[in-house]
Design a protein around this ligand. Structure first.
Ligand code: ZN
Length: 509
């Protein structure tokens, strides 16, 4: 096949069942089998604040707590954004949101990062990507030139008519899929060419999902398009199979929706924290809490309990994936990362993560790195950022760190500890277009023990500026605003933040 290069062939092979295609590929292409696999597991909206490993009062992660004895555990790891689009894009590009510009919901990164991302860094690996999350998938679509196997979201939903039709017509997938969509599948407008067959399919879907309903008393888990729901178990099993069958080394990025809302934990965990005496939230309502947030205030503690019970499901399935990888021998040759794209919060009148207020529960996320042969725990307390993961994984894989990343090597891999505390940013500019200078935004700067909040352009604060300063080491709950008492520190940090903001705005003025 002289007209095919390796990448073309692997991409083509990605269309076939990997179990059949992969062993041949492994031999004929002689990939760098001595390199370790790199697998990143992202659980969406998984805040460090509600994880028992990080000191939360409820035992939400008993399995992860135990596995951590074999990992490097980061205690002050910050997402670079507080919702999926900017948070995921920062993880995947190693740059801050004001640099990659995926600022608004379902946005994409600027053209430069189409070629500059984690998949391009690991271009000589067999790369696999999957997500339940439609907005994360929008980013994958942008990076797909460098993804060997981009798994369709429908692949791991409970009842996918797309998957069914491909199974029934394995030799005519393209034609059968188009025919199916035109003739049978109910379109968004609510009709299909064949009303009769469409009804049968809907009834079949309902019958198929019925067997799972008893397991999920709060409802089945929907993906964004609610295509029949999904089970985390299926995603875990399927992905472990792919990792085993794929030609080594594998670079895998798997972004699962739980514990993102709706918090529909299985029967096993529903009600686990009922009447456990966990204290109610009593923080004052924040000025940036929206009307919608305030209306929800009564339900914050219930929402938080449901979220905590949903984390138990994530914890169980991560443990199961870990064990499957270990039993299959894959773990001996795999750097495994557990993290999230952003946090979640239930305080100050604000629920979940769609908020302009950047308190630590929406920013602090878990980060655990498991390396082959490492059986001891290392704890890292210095503040670290999601943008650091890309250069660190490149380093651990013997690859050059790209010039364009804004991250640095994570401790303990950082060769020399720099004496000055490092500056870490998180940025939210929900309304900004890709080429807008930021005129309304929430930005935080974390430096050593201090965290500066800077808000500007919001109606709630009269369109002006709002500054808060916290000593997050002494006051991790961010209750005692020091901006009026530690004025030197506040002024210095604000100057630094504004200089970085001006630099990021410069190309768009
Ligand atoms: Zn997310």
């Amino acid at each position: 096949m002289p007209e095919f290069n390796r990448r073309d062939f692997l991409k083509l092979a990605g269309l076939l069942p990997l179990g059949l295609a992969a062993p041949t590929l492994h031999k004929s292409f002689g990939l760098q089998a001595d390199k370790k696999n790199v697998i990143i597991i992202v659980f969406d909206a998984f805040t460090a604040h509600n994880i028992s490993l990080y000191g939360y009062g409820r035992q939400t992660t008993p399995h992860i707590d135990a596995l951590a004895e074999r990992a490097t555990v980061y205690h002050n790891h910050y997402a670079a954004g507080n919702y999926t689009t900017p948070g995921t894009a920062s993880l995947l590009t190693g740059t801050y949101p004001w640099t990659h510009r995926a600022l608004k919901p379902n946005g994409q990164v600027s053209a430069e990062y189409t070629a500059h991302n984690i998949f391009s860094v690991f271009k000589d690996y067999y790369s696999i990507a999957y997500t339940h999350n439609e907005w994360a998938n929008t980013l994958f679509e942008q990076f797909k030139e460098n993804i060997d196997m981009l798994i369709p979201r429908e692949q791991l939903t409970l009842f996918s008519s797309d998957r069914l039709v491909q199974k029934v017509f394995p030799n005519d997938r393209d034609i059968s899929s188009v025919g199916w969509i035109r003739n049978i599948k109910i379109q968004e407008e609510g009709y299909a060419y064949s009303l009769f067959l469409s009804r049968i399919i809907t009834a079949l879907e309902q019958k198929y999902s019925a067997q799972y309903r008893a397991q999920f008393p709060r409802g089945l888990l929907p993906t964004a398009r609610a295509d029949g729901g999904f089970l985390l178990e299926h995603a875990v099993d399927w992905i472990v199979d792919q990792i085993q069958a794929a030609p080594a080394p594998v670079f895998g990025y798997f972004h699962f929706l739980p514990p993102h809302d709706p918090y529909r934990t299985p029967l096993e965990f529903a009600g686990r924290f009922d009447n456990d005496g966990y204290p109610r939230d009593n923080k004052p309502i924040d000025i940036l809490a929206t009307e919608q947030d305030r209306a929800r205030k009564m339900g914050l503690d219930t929402l938080r309990q449901n979220y905590d019970e949903f984390i138990l499901y994530v914890d169980r399935e991560f443990k199961r994936m870990f064990d499957l990888l270990e039993k299959s021998g894959q773990l001996e040759n795999t750097i495994l990362v557990l993290t999230s794209d952003h946090g979640e919060m239930f305080e100050r009148g604000i629920a979940m993560h769609d908020t302009n207020a950047l308190y630590n529960p929406v920013l602090r996320i878990p980060l655990l790195i498991f390396e082959p042969g490492v059986n001891k725990r290392t704890d890292v307390y210095q503040p670290t950022s999601a943008v650091d993961l890309l250069p660190t994984l490149a380093h651990l894989s013997g690859l050059p760190s790209p010039q364009w990343t804004e991250g640095i090597l994570l401790p303990p891999y950082l060769p020399v500890n720099s004496p000055a505390p490092r500056s870490i940013y998180a940025v939210r500019a929900y309304e900004a277009e890709m080429t807008d200078a930021l005129t309304q935004a929430s930005i935080v700067l974390v430096k050593g023990r201090y965290k500066l909040h800077y808000y500007f352009g919001y109606a709630e604060i009269g369109g002006g500026d709002l500054i808060k300063l916290f000593d997050v080491q002494e006051d991790p709950a961010e209750m005692n605003d020091l901006s009026q008492s530690q004025t030197d520190i506040a002024r210095e940090m604000l100057q630094e933040l504004k200089a970085s903001l001006a630099k990021s705005n410069a190309p768009y003025l």
